[in-house]
Design a binder for this molecule. Structure first.
Ligand code: ATP
Length: 143
């Protein structure tokens, strides 16, 4: 039996997850990582990506996570993200519209579009595409 550890996932709006887990996976700016109990302490910045949580009891689930941080401490794992959503919470139409807006801004930069706003548009595109991918993974899941 894998060993459980306390996991807390917070966004500015809510406590997304607060409980026991045996595995958590996220996408950091250095790549994806999976954390089990007794992982070496660390802090890393989160990219936009997939949050995988395997609760102590129950099945492994995949959610969306936005930019933030993961901190692995001896007393548990803490994730702070700008936004997190379970697949059923993701509004597909909103994500598609956000994707189209970001693509439009990237492909037709106006005179005021500088490097910072271009970078923001690219991250917005990543958020929208990742949300749509997580949503479609859950709707095509036949298990
Ligand atoms: P949009 O341009 O549609 O606001 P965004 O990527 O800029 O998208 P975020 O800044 O990541 O949005 O999130 C702002 C809030 O809106 C968060 O609470 C987030 O959970 C929620 N949110 C954003 N997009 C969606 C979506 N497609 N479905 C459900 N909730 C969403």
């Amino acid at each position: 039996m894998p060993k459980p550890f306390p996991l807390m996932v917070l966004t500015p709006e809510r406590e997304f997850y607060n409980g026991s887990a045996v595995y958590v996976g996220v996408n950091t700016i250095a790549g994806s990582i999976g954390v089990l109990a007794d992982h070496v302490p660390m802090v890393s910045a989160l990219d936009v990506g997939t949050l995988v949580i395997e609760p102590d009891e129950g099945t492994r689930r995949t959610a969306f996570h936005s930019e933030g941080f993961i901190e692995v401490r001896p007393d548990g794992v803490y994730i702070l993200a700008q936004a997190c959503e379970w697949p059923e919470e993701i509004d597909e139409k909103r994500a598609l519209e956000a994707e189209e807006r970001a693509k439009e801004r990237i492909s037709h930069p106006d005179e005021e579009l500088n490097l910072t706003t271009m970078a923001h548009s690219k991250v917005a595109l990543m958020r929208a595409m990742t949300r749509r991918r997580i949503k479609s993974m859950s709707t095509t899941d036949t298990k």
